[in-house]
Design a protein around this ligand. Structure first.
Ligand code: FAD
Length: 320
């Protein structure tokens, strides 16, 4: 069976959920060989094996410690040369997409980004993508070289599948580009304790209807009751009520959670572009004619300041 390289997203050895989802998809098209880099890389092996990785290639070096993509591209290329895989899969984070693009150029392959599904095909893996604000679903495959494919978080279930997960050390020779850039300083962002927007299973978003930065506390309280990430429409971001890093949509982030709750958001096409592939969509809007109601699974016509606190209270009560 052909081997499929899976680039592992982890923090000090703790594997992030999108990587486990990638392993589910990788097993559909071949035998997953995971590539884990940086501090704690070898600690990822057990979890990866429990989700179907037949082999885990690890490398650790100071070059992987910072947000520098070229050393990681060098390592992934070394893994590619060692394995000769049938495909390379990465999750659709900003960093992984840059790594994917650079690798594809180096190995002369086509690339598919932001796939939402993946299946085996006669002429190679077939990826499903959502296009034009999810008005269309396209299926495509790479016709040149070995496909490099990035997959959106929450696109596949996490499935247990026991495999050997034998750990092998990957020899990496860094290119001049990799060693030519140094990080001089970094300023960590204050942590909110909430999940990453693009990885969260639940996203609670607020729009212009939230009517002020301080009112986002209502949205945050609902998010916290559900263990969700907070999103915002561009109108809310442009008004300075919430950071741009939380913007959902065409010029913001693309999310695909199990549950998306839109509060005071009209449902403009550019907002839909970033959330329409969510599995279940709920909207709270005081205008029954708001376009968001065309795509919801559940809609509440009402004032968010009356509806959302009640919902939060009910959830907190049920949680005990
Ligand atoms: P509005 O459209 O003003 O809707 C506010 C809604 O809140 C209304 O439906 C109203 O009925 C409801 N409301 C008001 N008060 C309450 C209340 N108390 N309770 C309940 N409901 C209430 N937008 C994005 O979101 N993301 C993007 O990435 C993005 N990219 C863009 C890129 C381009 C090139 C362009 C041109 C536009 C882009 N936009 C984007 C902007 C987009 O077109 C809309 O302007 C924006 O999404 C509107 O945000 P909104 O729904 O919060 O505001």
């Amino acid at each position: 069976m052909a081997e499929v390289l899976v680039y592992v997203d982890h923090l000090d050895g703790a594997v992030r959920k999108p990587t486990l989802e990638l392993l589910t998809l990788a097993r559909r098209i071949g035998e997953p060989v995971a590539v884990a880099l940086g501090n704690g890389a070898a600690d990822t092996a057990d979890v990866l094996a429990e989700h179907g990785a037949v082999k885990v290639l690890t490398a650790d070096a100071p070059e992987f410690a910072d947000y520098l993509v070229v050393p990681k591209v060098d390592a992934l290329q070394a893994a590619f040369d060692a394995v000769s895989p049938a495909a390379v899969l990465l999750s659709s984070s900003a960093e992984a997409k840059e790594i994917a693009a650079r690798l594809a150029v180096r190995i002369g392959s086509g690339i598919i980004t932001d796939a939402v599904d993946l299946e085996a095909g006669d002429q190679g893996p077939v990826a499903t993508q959502s296009a034009f604000a999810a008005s269309y679903t396209t299926k495509s495959r790479v016709s040149k070289g070995v496909p490099v494919i990035t997959v959106k978080p929450n696109s596949a279930p996490v499935e247990a599948a026991s495999a050997a997960g034998a750990v092998e050390t990957l020899a990496v020779t860094f290119s001049a580009q990799a060693t030519g850039t140094k990080v001089l300083s970094r300023t960590p962002r204050e942590s909110t304790g909430r999940p990453e927007l693009t990885e969260a299973a639940i996203v609670v978003s607020g729009g212009r209807g939230v009517n002020g930065a301080e009112n986002f506390a209502v949205i945050e309280a609902l998010a916290d009751s559900l263990g969700a990430a907070v999103g915002a429409s561009r109108a809310a971001v442009d008004a300075g009520w919430y950071p741009h890093t939380n913007q959902v949509g065409q010029t913001g982030k693309s999310v695909s959670p199990q549950l998306y709750i839109a509060n005071g958001i009209s449902g403009a096409i550019q907002h839909r572009a970033g959330m329409q592939t969510s599995k279940t969509i709920v909207a709270v809007n005081k205008d029954a004619e708001a376009p968001i109601f065309d795509l919801v699974d559940y809609g509440v016509v009402g004032d968010l300041f009356a509806v959302v606190p009640q919902l939060t209270e009910e959830i907190n009560t049920r949680k005990g």
